[in-house]
Design a protein around this ligand. Sequence first.
Ligand code: OFO
Length: 172
Amino acid sequence: MLSKNMEKALNDQIRIEAESSQIYLSMASWAEVKGLEGISLFMYKQSEEERMHMLKLVKYVNERGGQAAISALTEPKAVYDSFQKMFEDLYDHEIFVSKSINELVHVALQEKDYATHNFLQWYVAEQMEEEALARTILDKINLIGNDKSGLYLFDRDVQQITVESAAADTQP
Ligand code: OFO
């Protein structure tokens, strides 16, 4: 059975994951309209993943005797100055989510809720991978600079930049 504190903290995270999904959906839509097809597909996929993260939490809260809260969401930004800025926003957002997951782990320990602590380890690992992925993409964007053919190749290849390759890139 979840404590009230734990339930509230998990429910806050449900909203954050739902908002992440909306943010990436908005990025996907912006990129699609700009003709950046590869980037758009990448963002649609990220949006789906965030929805899956949210659902996993919904199920967990309900299974542990709580009730998942499905709340109103903040409207995401609809316009981006550039695709570079958009990926910087994505990176910053992932850092924010990682902090929030760390806070959740902290609450689980305070509540001596070791089942939730265990459940959250999946999110801790996921955030490490997503931060690494975002960093890899930003490095590639910096390499391209303002080169048009570079952007063409980046847009074509961004979907192939998988979490695994990002992890491999960050190996010492
Ligand atoms: Fe939900 O994984 Fe990133 O934000």
